[in-house]
Structure formats: C-alpha cells, structure tokens
Design a binder for this molecule. Structure first.
Ligand code: NDP
Length: 446
C-alpha cells in the first residue's frame, strides 16, 4: 500500500473501495482535507498509515431481526453494529431505528463518532448501529418485541468493556429500557452495557438533556470568543426531538429568542419566541399527538408552514438539530443573506458540502457536530463510569462536568483551528481529534 500524501489520491483510494457509500465518502473527504497535511508533517503517522487505517472500521456486524407483529405475522428487518475504532476505549455510539438506515450511513456516523469521542477527552472509542425498522405507527408491544429480537443478536457483541451502545434517532428512553431489559435477562448482569438508561436503573442525571444543553454551552463559548453573548440573539432551530427541544430550552434560559422548530412535515415559525413553558409542554407530550408542532401551534398561534425548512428566517444563529444533509447550499445562502453569523450543528452532519462551502466563503462561524454535539456522548461516558463504580452523581455535578467538557472541546478547536482573524472550528476539531487517535494507534503498533 503506498502512502497517499494529497486529497486527490486519498479520494481515489477510498472511492474505489466504497464507490456506492456516498455518506461515508463525504465524511472521510471532509476530514481528509484537514488531516492529510498533519500526516505529511509526521514521520510516524506516515509510516504507520494512520489515516487510511482510521478509515476502515475495525468490525462491521450485520444480522437479521425476525419478530412477530400484532397480527402474529413475521416481519424481518436488518440490524447492524459498526465498531469503528476501539483505540482509546470501548466502542461507543448510538443505535438508530429508521427506514433510511444502511451500512453507508452507519459507517459515516461511526467514523464521525470516533473523532467526536476523542474530542471529549474520555476513554471511549467510536461505533454506531441500528436497524431499518421504523417504530412510527407501531404499537408499544411491537416496539418491545422488535427491541428484544434486536438485542438477542446484538448482546453477544457488546459489554461494558467491549462496546456500549446508546440511543439515537427513534431510540429514546422507552427503546433503551426494552433493549437493556433483554440484555440483562440474557446475560444475568446489571451493568453499563448501554447508556441513556432510566435514572432508576443505572442512568445518569443530565444524559437526556446533554446533547442540546451541551450545544448551547458550546454556543456560549463561541459567542464569547467572538466578543458577544447569547442574550437577545435570534435563533432558528430545526427538529423537534431530543436535541432540538433541549437546545431550545437552554437557549431560552440563556436569554435567547428561539423562533423556529421543525419536523419532517414542516416548520413552526414563532416571531415572539417560544417560552420555557412551551418547550416543557412539548417535551412532556412528545410522541403523543401525530404532529406535536401542530398541537403546539394551537396553543400559541404561530405560523405553521408545511414542507418548509426553518432557514428562510432572519436570525443571528442557526442550529440544525434534525438529521444529516438537511441544510443544503441554497439554505445556507438564504441564512447568509438574512444576516446569520453563527451555525452550530446539533445533528450529525446536517450541513452538506455545498452549505459548508457557502458558510466558509461568507466567513460565517461554522461548528461541526463532532465538536458542538459531543455533550450527549460525553454524558454517556460519565454514565459508564458511574455504572462501573455503582455511584450516582448529582444533577448539578453532571451539569458542571458537561459544561467543563464542552469548554475543553472549544479550547482544543481554538488551539488547532486559529487562522488569525478567524477560528476554523472544523479544522480545529478534526486535527485535535485526529492527533489523539493517531498517537494511540502509533503507540499500540500495527
Ligand atoms: P429524535 O428522533 O428525538 O428527533 C429527530 C427530529 O428530527 C424529529 O423532530 C424529526 O421529525 C426530525 N426530522 C427527522 N428527519 C427530518 C427531516 N428529513 N427533515 C426535517 N426534520 C426531520 O432525534 P434526536 O434529537 O435524538 O437526534 C437528532 C440528530 O442529532 C440526529 O442527527 C442524531 O444523530 C444527532 N445526535 C443525537 C444525540 C442524542 O443524544 N440524542 C447525540 C448526538 C447527535 P419527525 O418526528 O417528523 O420525523
């Protein structure tokens, strides 16, 4: 294998290996651009081909999940676990249940997760998993039977020192409960093999809120770095799930005005700005009505626009918190035109390549999810250490730890991404994470 010293050579190498995995190619290209120069400047990284090796998951497990629906018919779904990089700790990353799930998407998520987890400074490797099962419209019993069938296979590949899954899209506390229950019964072991558990059986305070809260703590650091602050800022948020709602709640607590929330059916615009009470109402009723944002709108009388994204709003800050590639080039240009100055990813890779290019050209501060949404996995890491010692830390101490971890990630981005008059957060996050993984790889040998 010959060493690839520039982006074009790398792109040719990885494209020829995975020609059909467009999400995975996109994720590796994004990081290659920043880390190849770092490799070129380090003899050990070159000698041991660290970047190419980091682009190959250590293991991919694929399995079938057969289960009985409420009509006693057999349904068959596909299940996966991508154990991407275990260099600095047990594999760690969420499970996603969604019809769009495939190997390319899980590989991209696991790859990004490895870099994100490295940034937290905690001993956690990177993984991702899930299924093409769609829990929407399924009864509670069906979701339970699916989770049990999924875990019957997954359980042989995970454990507190091996691989510790958590939730992701459509895998919330209900699904984690069913998954963990099945793991515990089969293994006769109570322990930290899954995070995001209920507080009564090994969960951690602040885990539920951590990704959204962490995003706003990071935003606070970014704004301070730019000599301004959150108070009074107009914010557009996409999504109405775990990340979006907790980000909105914390932003409002910091004095910002959140004027949009959205879902796959449209966007709710609310010029007056949502209140904390509105957010608590949605969090408490999530999943009950068919479209929670329409129900919220009946209470507040905002403007619901079907099949629309939030990015036409005039805002200071945009926080895409729904899903990958939801914010494309034309959305980015619309945000720039309307005066947006800061974009922080709450979701994983919500801004596509064209959008990131538009932000860069306009010198808009852009923070990639691997830095700004790392709060969730950081709290999962802290849940693992609490489980290992049968200890439950207080809400206040977990919230303080989350803030400290986000501050530390911010600092690493500034140190590695400082370009004089501009902080290149993408470059900073990619290089800081890469150095930690590359050094571990060199130390551990081939
Ligand atoms: P949830 O399932 O709780 O919520 C997802 C939200 O996004 C829902 O409101 C959903 O709407 C909306 N959505 C999904 N697809 C689209 C679309 N194509 N267009 C517009 N809206 C859409 O997920 P989370 O909040 O947990 O996760 C959101 C993102 O954040 C994901 O990318 C996830 O990987 C990432 N993330 C999550 C972490 C966590 O701790 N939960 C940690 C780090 C990253 P609808 O209900 O209509 O489908």
């Amino acid at each position: 294998m010959s060493y690839t010293s520039n982006l074009d050579e790398f792109k040719a190498w990885i494209t020829q290996r995975y020609p059909d995995q467009k999400e995975y190619l996109q994720a590796t290209f994004d990081i290659a651009n920043d880390v190849i120069p770092v490799c070129n400047a380090n003899e050990k990284y070159k000698q041991w081909e660290v970047f190419k090796r980091l682009c190959e998951p250590e293991r991919i497990i694929q399995f079938s999940v057969a289960w009985l629906n409420d009509n006693h018919e057999v349904e068959i779904n596909k299940g996966w676990r991508v154990q991407h990089c275990g260099l600095i700790g047990p594999f760690k990353g969420g499970l996603r249940f969604h019809p769009t799930v495939n190997e390319s998407i899980l590989k991209f998520l696991a790859f990004e997760q490895s870099f994100k987890n490295a940034l937290t400074g905690l001993p956690i490797g990177g993984a991702k998993g899930g299924s093409d099962f769609n829990p929407k419209g399924r009864s509670d019993y069906e979701v339970m039977r699916f989770c049990q069938a999924f875990m019957q296979e997954l359980q042989r590949h995970i454990g507190p020192y091996t691989d510790v899954p958590a939730g992701d899209i459509n895998v919330g506390s209900r699904e984690i409960g069913y998954l963990y229950g099945e793991y515990r019964k089969i293994n006769n072991r109570f322990g930290g093999a899954i995070t995001g558990k209920d507080i009564e059986f090994g969960g951690s305070y602040v885990r539920t809120e951590a990704t959204g809260f962490g995003l706003i703590y990071f935003l606070d650091d970014v704004l301070k770095q730019a000599n301004t602050d959150i108070s009074g800022k107009r914010i557009a948020i996409s999504g109405a799930g775990n990340v979006a709602l907790h980000a909105a709640l914390k932003a409002i607590q910091f004095g910002a005005k959140v004027i949009t929330l959205s879902n796959s059916r449209g966007t709710l615009f609310y010029e007056k700005g949502f209140t904390e009470e509105d957010l608590h109402w949605v969090i408490n009723h999530k999943g009950k009505p068919d479209n929670i944002l329409l129900s919220l709108n009946e209470r507040i009388n905002g403007v619901w626009e079907a099949d629309t994204k939030p990015w036409s709003a005039a805002v200071d800050v945009a926080l895409p918190c729904a899903t990958q590639n939801e914010l494309i080039g034309e959305d980015a240009r619309s945000l720039v035109k309307n005066g947006c100055k800061f974009v922080l990813e709450g979701a994983n890779m919500p801004c596509n390549e064209a959008a990131q290019k538009a932000f860069k050209e306009a010198k808009i501060t852009f923070v990639p999810g691997k830095a700004s949404n790392a709060g969730g996995v950081a709290l999962s890491g802290l849940e693992m250490s609490q489980n290992a010692t049968f200890h439950k830390a207080t809400y206040e101490s977990m919230d303080a730890s989350l803030k400290e971890i986000m501050e530390n990630i911010h600092l690493q981005c500034v140190q590695e991404g400082n370009e004089g008059d501009f902080i290149n957060y993408t470059k900073g996050a990619n290089i800081a994470a890469f150095r930690r993984l590359a050094d571990a790889m060199v130390s551990q040998g081939i």
